[in-house]
Design a protein around this ligand. Structure first.
Ligand code: HEC
Ligand code: HEC
Length: 417
């Protein structure tokens, strides 16, 4: 049996285990936190409190989580380092639904802060230009009053960017420390760049310039949670930290003197950063809702029509110094690989990812999503599936051919995640 098959088999076994463990959960609509504590320290299946910490953390790790929750929810002002260019006043201003660490309200009608604009330059045949020299791929939509007083408005999309630019909704981060703890070999084992098994699906890893494997962000553009968080403080709030001391610029030109009220970098101490980073690492995966017969049938259909070829139900973390993250089975429904999703979904390139390539979106926490797909273009789960193209076309067509009852069962299952 190939390594890839073995990983898949393990994933299916874990899926079955998860489905049957739901049988033991209370039947009616159980309050989410009634599942808390179901996974005591030492359990193979990762668990914890919804919106709270993973089960099995030590007292020190719990204290870090609690401090970090405060940092994550902190509201920054120009006096405490906000901006001068920024998108929102704190992590939880965007990652807020239904609890801190969750996704955005992502309301396209309001064009709120939770939906960002990203831009890069794509010239077919050439390497993607992430526009690092002219302010990076994230466009900051807000400026502090001090910068506005100098007549400097929000960052325009630089003229070097190519169309289309990208809209990005804010995803949730529940259980993401577990994704961080998945060994590279497991992701590599799922990849099939030349589609040797002929299923029309050819996921590939996003290799970063330094050879590491990317896994975070819609284009799998960052290798680790810590690096993503380091960048998020600067790109979203203009908060420099020991990992990144440089403020965002307007088209690569440093901002005028005096507008940054906190002149000395970093604006966040290592201790404060570590706490926020710990909070994101230790957030528990969302407990799943119990499944009835229809839901269990839906789980089987999910695998049967090929959704699980990309949305791999179960992954296993590697050995970790953090016991709660070490050798745990969890159910993220992603392979962390890039897939060509077809021209209709395509927007920007990023690093080695082409405009039409996206990382399989984890479906863990799907029931809390306020809108679907990278730019909020789908309002319902069925619509999100209908908009799958490229490598997912065959699976999408099988979904379209399901009977009403089968479709009901599949959606019932998906709404339990
Ligand atoms: C202005 C809204 C906004 C703020 C503020 C914000 N984020 Fe995000 N976050 C996003 C968006 C949008 C994405 C998706 C980015 C992408 O796909 O490339 C994201 C993605 C992430 C991811 C990767 C998730 C994934 O799917 O791989 C992490 C981790 C993260 N943010 C952490 C943070 C932390 C920590 C903070 C505070 C320092 C923060 N974010 C502040 C909007 C925000
Ligand atoms: C070829 C790989 C692939 C297959 C097969 C596939 N998906 Fe996806 N799926 C993705 C990718 C990549 C995304 C992210 C696309 C985007 O954001 O534009 C995604 C996004 C989604 C989303 C939206 C999640 C969110 O939070 O925005 C749902 C729901 C979903 N898939 C369900 C399914 C179901 C159900 C099936 C089977 C009928 C399926 N997918 C088959 C790769 C795949």
């Amino acid at each position: 049996m190939s390594h890839r098959r073995r990983v898949r088999l393990l994933a299916y076994t874990a899926l079955l285990a998860a489905v049957s463990s739901c049988d033991q959960a209370p039947t009616a609509a159980a309050p989410a936190d009634s599942l808390a504590g179901e996974n005591p320290n030492g359990s193979l299946l990762a668990g914890g409190t919804f919106g709270g910490p993973l089960a099995g953390l030590t007292a020190d790790q719990l204290a870090l989580f609690t401090r970090g929750s405060g940092e994550f929810q902190r509201v920054f002002t120009p006096e405490t380092g906000l901006g001068p260019l920024f998108n929102a006043v704190g992590c939880a201003a965007c990652h807020e639904e239904p609890l801190p660490g969750g996704g955005g309200a992502n309301d396209p009608a309001q064009e709120g802060e939770d939906i960002e604009v990203h831009a890069t330059a794509f010239h077919p045949g050439a390497k993607c230009d992430n526009l690092e020299a002219v302010g990076g791929q994230v466009i900051q939509k807000q400026v502090t009053p001090g910068l506005a007083a100098r007549g400097i408005g929000p960052e325009p999309v630089p003229p070097e960017a190519t169309l289309p630019t990208a809209l990005r909704t804010t995803p949730d981060l529940f259980g993401f420390g577990l994704l961080d703890a998945v060994p590279d070999q497991e992701i590599l084992a799922l990849a099939d760049p030349s589609d040797r098994n002929g299923d029309g699906i050819s996921g590939r890893v996003h290799r970063l310039p330094d050879g590491r494997i990317g896994r975070f962000g819609r284009k799998a553009q960052e290798a680790t949670l810590t690096e993503f968080n380091t960048g998020a403080f600067v790109m979203e709030m203009g908060i420099t930290n020991p990992g990144l001391l440089i403020e965002q610029t307007l088209h690569g030109t440093p901002l005028p003197d005096g507008v940054d009220l906190v002149g000395a970098e970093p604006e966040l101490t290592q201790g404060e950063f570590d706490a926020a980073d710990g909070f994101v690492h230790f957030l528990a995966p969302p407990p799943r809702l119990p499944l009835d017969l229809a839901g269990r049938t839906g789980a089987v259909i999910f695998v049967g029509i090929g959704c699980a070829a990309c949305h791999v139900p179960a992954l296993v973390t590697g050995p970790s110094p953090v016991g709660a993250l070490s050798l745990k089975i969890f159910l993220p429904y992603t392979d962390l690989l890039l897939h060509d999703m077809g021209p209709a979904l395509a927007d920007i390139c990023l690093g080695d990812a082409l405009p039409s390539e996206f990382r399989t979106e984890p479906l863990m926490g799907l029931r809390f999503a306020t809108t679907l797909l990278h730019d909020s273009r789908a309002a319902t789960i069925a619509e999100a599936i209908r908009l799958h193209g490229g490598e997912a076309s065959r699976t999408r067509d099988r979904f379209l051919r399901l009977s009403t009852g089968e479709r009901f069962a599949l959606l019932k299952f998906l709404r339990s995640l």
